[in-house]
Each structure stands twice: as C-alpha cells, then as structure tokens.
Design a protein around this ligand. Structure first.
Ligand SMILES: Cc1cc2nc3c(=O)[nH]c(=O)nc-3n(C[C@H](O)[C@H](O)[C@H](O)COP(=O)(O)OP(=O)(O)OC[C@H]3O[C@@H](n4cnc5c(N)ncnc54)[C@H](O)[C@@H]3O)c2cc1C
Length: 300
C-alpha cells in the first residue's frame, strides 16, 4: 500500500460518467483520482446528436477529449490502468492497479458495459460509418426511412424492432433463436415487421451496406443493422465485494447511486438504467453531491 493519505474518492472508469463525477468532486475540493482502462463505449460514437449544446453533434472521442481538458484544468490525477482488485479497509477501500494498493474513503464504479457483437469481422469500421448501431434511443432518428435489420434473440430484439418501426417502414428482425414468444410475435406481425429465423447468420460489409449471409448462402442487404444481443456489465469489482446486482450483472443502486456496500457507488451504464450520456451525467452529479455531503467537512 502507498504511504500517501487515503483519497477522498477513487473513480474507476473514465467514460462520460466517471469524468463527470471527477469534475464535480474536484470542484468540491475533494482529493480524487480517476483510473481508466481506456475502453469507453462513448469512444465508439461516430457523432452524437443528443448531447446538449452541440447543435451539429460531436463524436464520442471529442466529448471525452473536451472533458479530459476540464479535468486537466482542475489538476485531477488520472492513471491509464485497469483496477484489478477492490477490498474493504479500515479507512474505506483498498484498490489495486499496476501492482500497488491505494486507499480511498469512497469508491465510484463507472466501469460501463461491453456489448455482445454479432459475427461481423469489420464491426468496428461499420460502427464508425453508422452501418452498425447499438443505440436506437440515440440515433434511430438518423436511420429514418432506411432499410433496418435488428439481430438477436427474438424476445430481446422485438422491443428494439418495434421502436425502430416508428422511424422506418422497412424493419426486419433476424432472430438468432426459435423463441416461442407468441405475444412478441403477434406484436411484430401487427406492426408489419418481418421476422426471419437465422441462427447461423453472419454479417459482412458491401460498400455502404451491411449484408446478412444466411446458412443456406442466401443474403439480405440493409442500410443499417442494430444488434440486440445483450451486454456484459463490468461490475466484477463490486460483485466480488458482495454488492447486490441484477441477473444480468447490473449493479443495484438507490436513488443516491449507493450500492448495497457502504461507501461504494455505481454510475453510468454499469447500473441498471437507460444507457445514455445524459443519464450518466445525472448519476455522476447525484453521486458526487451525496459523497461530498457524506465525507467530513473541510474548511478553507
Ligand atoms: C455506437 C454507440 C453509439 C452511442 N451513441 C450515443 C449517443 O448518441 N448518445 C448517448 O447519450 N449515448 C450514446 N451511446 C451510449 C453511451 O456511449 C454510453 O451510455 C456512455 O458511454 C456510458 O458512459 P459510462 O461512463 O457509464 O461507460 P463507458 O463510456 O463505457 O466508460 C467506462 C470506462 O470504464 C473503464 N473501466 C472498466 N473497468 C475498469 C477497471 N476495472 N479499471 C479501470 N477502468 C475500467 C472502461 O475501460 C471505460 O473506459 C452510444 C453507445 C454506442 C456503443
């Protein structure tokens, strides 16, 4: 363990949620350190059109860069590393990264999630070019009137397909299982969404289109495809301490963003909620204010 004074707050994760929490806590004159492993979902966003104040949108990397400059102005220490362990400690928590342990009174987990991708070798460039999209709430507006494919288990993908039907007449659900969800099947039929059973399908790029290749060799082309295949919540650090979580691994938090472990907070995509930058910002503000009020007051 380092001999330094324990931090007021350690923030694990440097996406929009963690960066926002760091800005608030630094402005509350709290000692804070942000550790980030460098795999933010936000970094995949080619151009977001629902971040307030950016009339013509901005990319996820630009948002992260702009917030990072704010952190630099506030002299917040940042470490590029993965936090590999988290334990209880008499002064709060001990977190390990780069082979050393560091003490903090309070910890915020802002570790995000990892999407499950469909079989698509070029998925990363397809996301960059808007051919593969993960967030209809964010960008269905930009997909209006296009040929849209939704891929995933029928029960999971049905909601996304129906939502997208509000933006295009041409929505096809590529079901990766033979789910017998009658209610979903009839809602899809009523909404005129075609459903194709395609368990062994793979995707490939055809210029500015995505091509689905079925097991029998037949193909179908789409302007854009939305996977609905679930995600892995990066909640292991909290779960290993016994924090309550949903069946899918999302951390359960109260309305102050407190997990079931005293002094441990969860914000952003890793808590069960709507996966949005604006929501991550709101979580961060609430958690930071709660933390500031929970720590001993310091006078200037
Ligand atoms: C293609 C795409 C487009 C999107 N478009 C929009 C949009 O237009 N508008 C919108 O509001 N939302 C959009 N989203 C959603 C948005 O990206 C997320 O809601 C947002 O990034 C969540 O922020 P976060 O900080 O919770 O998680 P993330 O941004 O995923 O950041 C989590 C960070 O924690 C780090 N981390 C994890 N574990 C550890 C560890 N143990 N130690 C250290 N660091 C760790 C990760 O490396 C990562 O850098 C989009 C998502 C995708 C994939």
């Amino acid at each position: 363990m380092t001999g330094a004074m324990p931090l007021d707050c350690l923030i694990v994760g440097g996406g929009p949620a963690g960066l926002m929490a760091a800005i608030y806590l630094a402005r509350f004159r709290r000692s804070v350190c942000l550790v980030d492993a460098g795999a933010s979902r936000a970094a995949l966003i080619p151009r977001s059109h629902n971040v307030p104040g950016f009339v013509h949108g901005l990319s996820g990397t630009e948002l992260i860069e702009r917030m990072s400059v704010q952190l630099d102005e506030l002299a917040v220490p940042r470490v590029d590393a993965e936090v590999t362990g988290l334990q209880r400690h008499d002064q709060g928590f001990l977190a390990s990264w780069n082979g050393r342990a560091h003490a903090a009174a309070v910890v915020i987990l802002a570790c995000g999630i990892v999407d499950t991708h469909p079989p698509f070798d070029e998925w990363r460039t397809a996301v960059a070019d808007g051919l593969l999209r993960y967030c209809p709430v964010c960008d269905a507006f930009e997909a209006s009137g296009r040929r849209i494919g939704v891929i995933g288990p029928l029960s999971r993908a049905a909601g996304k397909a129906l939502f997208l039907r509000g933006y295009s007449k041409d929505v096809m659900l590529l079901a990766t299982d033979r789910d017998d969800d009658q209610a979903a099947t009839s809602r899809l039929a009523e909404a005129d969404v075609d459903v194709l059973f395609a368990p062994d399908l793979r995707l490939r790029r055809r210029g500015e289109l995505v091509e689905a290749v079925f097991a029998n060799g037949r193909t179908a082309q789409f302007d854009t495809v939305y996977p609905a295949m679930g995600a892995e919540a990066r909640s292991q650090l909290a779960v290993s301490l016994g924090a309550k979580h949903t069946g899918e691994g999302y951390l359960k938090v109260d309305d102050q963003q407190r997990t079931s472990i005293d002094g441990l907070y969860g914000i952003g995509d890793v808590v069960t909620d709507l996966h949005q930058i604006a929501v991550a910002f709101g979580h961060a503000a609430v958690a930071a204010c709660t933390i500031h009020n929970s720590l001993p007051q310091r006078f200037a």
